[in-house]
Design a protein around this ligand. Structure first.
Ligand code: MG
Ligand code: MG
Length: 273
């Protein structure tokens, strides 16, 4: 059953989402060759608690850490460890936080130093597909419209769309209805309704869409060990249109990137303090 949210609840969810956005912005300054994912995890946990929130992943389904840290061929659900990041790596960081009982949940794939052009392109295409998908999250559309749009864009560029892991409704539970696959058919699946909040999160592989899981019971990696990218936003359906609750602007601020990619999904300008 889809749990629709009131305007007041959506404003609370925006708070939760922004705590995650700020956490990723803080991490953007720290992601560089030599730092370990465990160190980044400790920084994120402290940052979230300092902002009056609770790490959303820690202990959820028994996950051991605050961040899912998935470098290179890891798709999602990687566990932080003491291996330093290296020049040319990519690292997908997925972060959750709970504030006022509501979850924020979003993810960004960072470049560590200078990354190979083909890998850079994978990140660009995956992030483009996120916004192409978000654009379809509007009244009158269905779950399949979002998945179709994401899949078309990524496959056009020769990339594989992971099937086994999907986006989801978001609220007082981390995973609510509906499931939001990154593949699908136009006009199929559940109908979008006013007040829905979803996490849209393409997980896109450079090569095959097939995945495997490590013996740790968590880490998902590509079957061909080629790189994988993951970008995730929290989005509300308000006045029939998608509105972003999360933002990458704190990351861009940290990295000196100027981007207007989120403008069409926001009714008022975001002030990054
Ligand atoms: Mg996530
Ligand atoms: Mg998610």
């Amino acid at each position: 059953m889809i749990e629709v949210k009131t305007r007041e609840e959506i404003e609370l969810m925006r708070e939760s989402a922004l705590i995650v956005s700020k956490t990723l912005g803080m991490l953007a300054k720290e992601v560089k060759p030599g730092i370990t994912t465990l160190r980044l995890d400790a920084l994120a946990e402290q940052f979230i608690r300092d902002h009056g929130a609770i790490p959303g992943f820690l202990g959820l389904y028994d996950f051991p850490n605050t961040l899912c840290m998935s470098p290179n061929a890891q798709v999602v659900h990687g566990i932080p460890n003491d291996k330093p990041l290296e020049e040319g790596d990519i690292i997908s960081i997925d972060c959750g936080a709970i504030k006022n009982d509501f979850y924020g949940d979003h993810a960004y794939t960072f470049e560590v130093g200078e990354v190979a052009p083909a890998v850079k392109r994978l990140l660009e295409v995956t992030k483009e597909s996120l916004y192409i998908g978000i654009r379809e999250f509007k009244l009158g559309n269905r779950v399949g419209d979002v998945g179709y749009a994401i899949q078309q864009h990524c496959e056009k560029h020769g990339h594989g769309v992971v099937r086994e892991l999907v986006g989801h409704g978001l609220g007082k539970k981390m995973h609510e209805d509906p499931e939001m696959p990154n593949y699908g058919k136009r006009g199929r699946g559940k109908k979008f309704v006013e007040g829905m909040v979803v996490a849209i999160e393409p997980m896109i592989n450079m090569g095959t869409h097939r995945i495997k899981q490590l013996r740790d019971g968590w880490t998902i990696l590509t079957a061909d060990l080629k790189p994988s990218a993951h970008f995730e936003h929290d989005v509300a359906l308000l006045d029939g249109r998608p509105e972003l609750l999360s933002t990458f602007q704190y990351i861009y601020e940290a990295l000196g990137i100027v981007s207007d990619e989120e403008d069409e999904f926001r009714r008022q300008p975001l002030i990054v303090e």
